[in-house]
Design a protein around this ligand. Structure first.
Ligand code: NAD
Length: 344
């Protein structure tokens, strides 16, 4: 039998644990896997692009466990009543190839993206950071805010979105949780005086959400909305102004902000900073940029975390996913006896 966490169980589990508690623990799992980066079988995700958006498969394996996520990115979906991003994921046992764990990952992707953002910011943002600027108040925005509070203690957020209804929704969700929220009148207004900037907008375009003149010394930019060929958020001059950190270089060159730069533009894989093999922030004035696109190891970590966290609880079901005849060579035997019309 395969363990399965559906949306209902994910919601019940998240409500029981508390979002900030989950985010803090998940950062530990993601960080553990980034520290053993070289043990993983890695490849850029497999993307199928259409005029509507993208559908991607994201595999990773540590040679004991194999994982993958199915995820879409359709920026025009909300205008048609659908979400921009939905996902599900699988873990499998490498020794026999059987799937052991299946989970919804629409919620889990928001958790893992926020956990990754906070993990990176804990290392790269100034330790005295107090204010987060959030550009884009869609599905990811609350998770991002909660991760920065849970991991970095940031409670002050200035928020900007071109859709006033998205900002209203953000305030409605976050104000009761005690966030000190400033509703900005533009992106420039939002980032003024911020220590950390998260850009989480969705547009299937080379957008310029931030220009170089808006960037103050010492800021950490968590650029997570630009994650596809032809879908970026930053003025290339910002990339030239700061130091760029990425997840998996071969994938980010295709999908990240640095797709706008020459092929030899310098970027540091974050796992190298985490393991002390590369420098992160070296001065208080340095501008650091996390060019986040989302990498398969983060999904692997998130799936591992939920699998472990729900073990021994009633927040999962067991599903009959793999046909398992008693005689492994007699697959037909499972249906033969039950399909008399097939027997002459
Ligand atoms: P969403 O559609 O729910 O929200 C996006 C918000 O951006 C919307 O409210 C929209 O009005 C706003 N927006 C669009 N253009 C803007 C602009 N120029 N200025 C200000 N606001 C603007 O999408 P989401 O699920 O929150 O995802 C946000 C982005 O993050 C998407 O592009 C998605 O592909 C990306 N994403 C990245 C990762 C990662 O790991 N890096 C993970 C998940 C999602």
């Amino acid at each position: 039998m395969t363990r399965f966490v559906d949306v209902g169980n994910m919601v019940r589990w998240a409500a029981a644990q508390g979002t900030e508690h989950i985010l803090a623990e998940m950062v530990g799992y993601v960080e553990d896997d980034f520290r053993r980066w070289e043990d993983f079988d890695k490849k850029p995700r497999v993307a199928s692009h259409t005029p509507f958006g993208v559908i991607e498969l994201m595999p990773a394996s540590d040679h004991e466990t194999y994982g993958f996520k199915y995820v879409n990115g359709h920026p025009s979906n909300p205008s048609r009543g659908f979400q921009t991003v939905t996902a599900f994921g699988v873990l499998a046992d490498v020794s026999n190839g059987y799937p052991t764990f299946v989970s919804e990952m629409t919620l889990l992707t928001a958790f893992r993206t926020a956990a990754t953002s906070a993990m990176v910011a804990r290392k790269l943002a100034r330790p005295d950071s107090k204010r987060l600027a959030l550009i884009g108040a869609g599905s990811q925005s609350e998770f991002q805010s909660l991760a920065f509070r849970s991991v970095l203690g940031i409670n002050e957020v200035s928020v900007w979105d071109t859709d006033p209804a998205a900002v209203e929704k953000y305030v409605r969700n976050m104000a009761p949780l005690g966030f000190d929220i400033i509703v900005a009148s533009s992106a420039a207004d939002a980032v003024r005086g911020a220590d950390i900037i998260t850009t989480c907008t969705a547009d299937k375009a080379k957008a310029v959400i931030l220009t170089a003149d808006m960037i103050e010394a010492g800021v950490h930019i968590n650029a997570m909305g630009g994650d596809c060929p032809g879908k970026t958020e930053l003025d290339p001059a910002i990339l030239a102004r700061g130091d760029v950190f990425v997840e998996f270089d071969p994938q980010t060159r295709i999908e990240g902000e640095i797709q706008q730069m020459p092929a030899d533009f310098p970027a540091t894989e974050f796992w190298r900073v985490l393991t002390g093999q590369a420098a992160g922030r070296t001065t208080a004035e340095q501008v650091t940029i996390f060019d986040s696109v989302g990498f398969a190891i983060e999904d692997f970590s998130a799936l591992r975390y939920v699998r472990d966290a729900v073990a021994g609880t009633d927040f999962f079901d067991e599903i009959d996913l793999v046909a398992s005849p008693e005689d492994p060579k007699n697959l037909f035997g499972l249906i033969g006896a039950r399909a008399p019309h097939l027997i002459r």
